[in-house]
Design a protein around this ligand. Structure first.
Ligand code: C2E
Ligand code: MG
Ligand code: MG
Length: 394
């Protein structure tokens, strides 16, 4: 079918391409025009098989599709898309909403699930947002390659899936103590995900694969289940810190009263990292309030590594702040870091926020941090993350 040409002033190389699938000629025509008007080049198909044939020839920046179409249902279509392209965002819509199909669509990695009739503006904005996020993900991957942090041969889908499955099956949690230096006592343990698949040994590579396979929620659920099981063996009186991936906040399972971790909520601190764009999570304040209502406390992790401005601090006033280890590194010989950390520790004290310094490797770092007003420490100087609940040395 003919492509709907986008406004010429965009210059073809930069014009995002959208694949649109609907078996209703009138709807397809109307949506194609709408998307062309917002500056995208649209290829249209009348069914899933035609769409897959187009996808085999052309990389798209976003796909928009009716969930019910002849010859293939929405989930089958999503599977076929993911076999060809791990990353392209897929927006599904339906005139016949059923909770089950929505849940299945999202589980299979649909970017959004919209209800027909879709308001023109909503469709345009959702597609624009999907295109931008897709662009951001591509840039992130480029940046990771440039900085030597890229995952290992993540492009091969079959291989990636197999290795990811192995990582998920062998997932376990290492714990690292957080200590009060003045009391020479362990106050908490942070759970850090580990697995026995060598190519996904670093959490970063594991989460990158999970993101690309749209399986973050499964990973989050598994981590929380393992942590909940381990809570039984954790030394009494210690809190348990659990990292959340930003996408975990969009998983309803996190908020379920009968989820395994919820039973331990009173001793659990959920860490949200400043490295991720938390402000992009819809209703983040409400979500954090929901977690607090379950009894969880909330920490901002990696403060100083991510977004400038008040960011997460203002959005949900954490109970605990953990400063990024790049601020801690060599703090004993860096006057600027000392000034920043002293001010942060003072402000947190005034706000009633506990202040944790992580990544402490040397006695010199520890001693300077103590002089600056820090008392809660985490780092290999005390104990490295390990199976069980390692005992620190002071
Ligand atoms: P993070 O939450 O800031 O965790 C601290 C990281 O610093 C951990 O790396 C830990 O092993 C490491 N570390 C601890 N002490 C020292 C030290 O003295 N020196 C140095 N150089 N490093 C130290 P890890 O385990 O590789 O985790 C990296 C990041 O991956 C974490 O940073 C967190 O953002 C993410 N992550 C790890 N486990 C999980 C998890 O269960 N769920 C989620 N969503 N993210 C996780
Ligand atoms: Mg953390
Ligand atoms: Mg951290």
């Amino acid at each position: 079918m003919p492509a709907h040409e986008s406004p010429p002033q965009h210059g073809d190389a930069k014009v995002p391409r959208v694949l649109l699938i609907d078996d209703d000629d009138a709807v397809r025509q109307a949506y194609a025009e709408l998307l062309s008007n917002s500056g995208t080049k649209v290829d249209a198909a009348g069914n899933g098989i035609e769409a897959i044939a187009l996808l085999q020839q052309t990389p798209y920046d976003a796909i928009v599709s009716d969930i019910t179409m002849p010859g293939m249902d929405g989930v089958q279509f999503l599977r076929a898309v993911r076999d060809l392209d791990l990353d392209v965002p897929v927006i599904l819509y339906t005139g016949n909403p059923a909770l089950e199909s929505a849940v299945r669509a999202v589980e299979h990695g649909a970017f959004r699930y919209l209800l027909k009739p879709v308001a023109p503006r909503e469709l345009q904005e959702t597609v624009q947002r999907a295109i931008r996020l897709h662009g951001l993900a591509r840039l992130k991957r480029q940046a990771l390659e440039l900085t030597g942090h890229s995952g290992k041969a993540l492009g091969d889908r079959a291989g990636l899936e197999g290795r990811f499955e192995r990582a998920l099956k062998t997932l376990w949690i290492a714990f690292q103590p957080i200590v009060s230096h003045s009391r020479r006592a362990v106050v908490a343990y942070e759970g850090l995900v580990r697995n026995d698949e060598p190519t996904m040994a670093s959490p970063h590579d594991f989460f990158d694969a999970a993101e690309r396979l749209h399986r973050i929620h499964e990973v989050g659920r598994s981590i929380r289940k393992h942590v909940a099981e381990a809570c039984v063996d954790a030394p009494p009186e210690t809190n348990i810190f659990v990292n959340l991936h930003p996408f975990d906040l969009e998983d309803e399972h996190l908020y379920a009263v009968d989820a395994p971790l919820s039973a331990n909520a009173k001793r659990v601190v959920l860490e949200l990292t400043e490295r991720a764009p938390l402000h992009e999570i819809p209703d983040i304040r409400l979500r954090v309030r929901g977690l607090r209502a379950l009894g969880f406390r909330v920490a901002v992790d990696d403060l100083g590594a991510g977004y400038a401005g008040l960011g997460a601090l203002a959005q949900f006033e954490p109970d605990i702040v953990k400063i990024d280890m790049s601020l801690v590194r060599d703090v004993d010989s860096d006057a600027t870091k000392q000034t920043v950390i002293r001010s942060m520790a003072t402000l947190c004290g005034e706000l009633g926020i506990s202040f944790v310094a992580e990544g402490i490797e040397t006695p010199e770092e520890r001693d300077v941090l103590t002089q600056l007003g820090c008392d809660l420490f985490q780092g290999t100087l005390f104990a490295a993350p390990a199976r069980g609940f390692p005992v620190p040395c002071f």
